[in-house]
Design a protein. Structure first.
Length: 365
């Protein structure tokens, strides 16, 4: 038994004297490894008689336990010493700027949507929404669009193969005008002042058209409404959006089934370093006109279809592409890039959610 006691004392002393984790590991392998001395003693227990095992087993087991505990304690002490030394030698400079890591941004379409909502809220408009999957009646018929109109053709509209329960064709809405119809028919009496922003769908794709794009439409229904009210509203809106007072509008006669009379709205621009800049007189020597809106007085047939008396109530409506407004204001030249998900493009044209809470921010902020 004295041999086991001497071995225990020697191993404990060697472990206590070890000064690196590698040396502790070497001692562990030499004592408790597959061919270690303690392991060898444990293997001899199998060949002993029960009486011998009862006598010699406990000292050998005690040896293994003592060595195991000593190694674990020494390893923990050396690791703590290494950590203390590292903490004593390393310092964090709290004056250095913090690395914020990857940052997201507000998409230009979302930013412009917020800007438009803010502008029209100041003008007394509320936001109205409706389903993107519409029926043929709300999307076309109620808006005085005849069955033979090209907009109803399959090559312009995304139709669903099945009819709804009422036997109507279902489609992806081609404009947000159905929201105007639903608002006028929801039982709320006029006056009505709403904008209807949202996604719309048409079968078209090139540098300035995509199958899905964003649109915002406005509707005013009240008594005594004239084209003068429409022109003032659009002029005030465009001045606020482009943040310029020298906005000049040109209204051209046009045709839309749901408005009568109808007008296309052009805004004047000037050429600066070869770039079109919104603002100024389009008839100037270095200027021109750019179509930005379609609008007009709400057709009597549309007002009647919504259950209102056109002799008592009049109104105007307008609509424009949100993506197109973003392109004009922030200098983008390809609508398809809006939906490519290119992080380089988003980093350049995106807006900080924290730094640009209003339309006073800017591109690439």
């Amino acid at each position: 038994m004295s041999e086991i006691a001497d071995l225990k004392a020697a191993l404990i002393a060697d472990i206590a004297a070890a000064d690196t984790l590698d040396s502790v590991e070497a001692l562990r392998v030499g004592a408790l490894g597959k061919n270690g001395v303690v392991t060898g003693l444990l293997k001899t227990l199998g060949g002993m008689s029960p009486d011998e095992r009862l006598e010699k087993g406990p000292p050998i087991q005690d040896l293994r336990e003592a060595v195991t505990v000593a190694i674990a304690d020494k390893k923990a002490a050396l690791e703590q010493a290494a950590l203390d030394a590292r903490l004593a030698s390393e310092r964090i400079d709290m004056t250095l700027p913090v690395d914020l890591g990857p940052q997201g941004s507000v998409h230009p379409v979302s930013q412009v949507m917020d800007e438009l909502t803010e502008i029209f809220a100041d003008l007394g408009f509320s936001v109205a929404t409706g389903p993107e999957i519409e029926d043929d009646w709300h999307n076309f018929t109620a808006l005085n669009i005849p069955e033979t109109h090209p907009a109803r053709a399959m090559h312009d509209t995304f139709y669903f193969p099945d009819l709804n329960d009422a036997g109507q064709k279902m489609l992806l809405r081609t404009h947000t005008s159905p929201v105007q119809i639903r608002t006028m028919m929801n039982g709320t009496p006029p006056p009505i002042r709403i904008i209807a922003p949202g996604r719309v769908y048409r079968s078209d794709s090139d540098a300035t058209h995509t199958p899905m794009f964003h649109q915002i439409e406005g509707l005013v229904i009240d008594k005594g409404i004239t084209l003068g009210h429409l022109k003032w509203t659009l002029e005030t809106f465009l001045k606020a959006f482009f943040e310029r007072e020298d906005i000049v509008l040109r209204l051209r006669p046009s045709y839309f089934p749901f408005t009568e009379p109808s007008v296309e709205v052009d805004v004047g621009y000037t050429l600066t370093n070869g770039q079109r800049v919104i603002g100024g007189d389009g008839d100037a020597a270095n200027g021109g006109w750019l179509e930005v809106l379609g609008s007009g007085m709400v057709n009597r047939k549309v007002i009647e279809a919504c259950g209102l008396d056109p002799d008592e109530w009049q109104g105007f409506a307008f609509g424009t592409g949100v993506d197109r407004l973003a392109m004009l204001k922030y200098g983008m030249n390809d609508l398809r890039a809006f939906f490519d998900g290119d992080q380089r493009w988003l980093k350049h044209y995106g807006f900080s959610a924290l730094d640009v809470p209003t339309l006073s921010g800017g591109v690439g902020a």
